[in-house]
Design a protein around this ligand. Structure first.
Ligand SMILES: CC(C)(COP(=O)(O)OP(=O)(O)OC[C@H]1O[C@@H](n2cnc3c(N)ncnc32)[C@H](O)[C@@H]1OP(=O)(O)O)[C@@H](O)C(=O)NCCC(=O)NCCS
Length: 147
């Protein structure tokens, strides 16, 4: 491990981020263009975690009045289980508290046990289910964390 760094996503990061997103989320992943739009989106907070030049993970969240929607979060498979997603979510919660946001929402595939246990550990609570939300018909579970 070289130097771990958390920072705002910029143009230089986008290729790596788009590659990771499409690798992990397949058809539902975001491409370069989608991330470029996020960099120009005034309500978007886009953060990367890097180990030197390597991308460890990222998140994108939308700030909508006093609520936050965590739109995407991921850690590359070779870096999993080492607390890196924790660093990302801690950054988001710290930011949310700073801007006096009241709630963070997110949606996750019902089958994504690893992510669900990560969210529960971080105080997210089940809110509702969106039937057949994903392209393949899987339901989405909506989780909410009140701040
Ligand atoms: C979900 C994800 C972001 C977790 O990243 P990570 O860096 O491995 O997570 P961390 O190491 O920070 O783990 C934090 C907590 O998550 C949970 N967790 C992580 N890996 C887990 C596993 N294999 N099984 C069960 N729980 C796990 C645990 O609660 C863990 O806390 P602990 O270490 O005290 O047990 C990562 O698995 C990922 O990128 N998955 C693919 C993309 C994805 O599904 N994103 C979410 C879409 S909604």
């Amino acid at each position: 491990m070289s130097k771990l760094m958390i920072k705002n996503m910029d143009d230089v990061d986008i290729q790596q981020v788009a590659l990771l997103s499409s690798k992990l989320f397949k058809q539902e992943g975001w491409d370069r263009e989608a991330f470029e739009k996020e960099l120009d989106n005034p309500i978007s907070r886009a953060i990367v975690l890097k180990d030197g030049f390597s991308l460890v993970g990222f998140y994108v969240a939308w700030i909508i009045a006093d609520e936050i929607e965590l739109a995407s979060i991921a850690v590359d498979s070779q870096f999993r289980g080492k607390g890196f997603a924790q660093i990302l979510i801690d950054d988001l919660v710290e930011y949310a508290l700073k801007i006096a946001s009241k709630t963070i929402f997110l949606e996750v595939r019902e089958s994504n046990e690893r992510a669900i246990s990560f969210y529960k550990k971080n105080g997210f609570k089940y809110l509702s289910t969106r039937k057949s939300y994903y392209i393949d018909g899987e339901n989405a579970t909506i989780f909410q964390k009140n701040l």
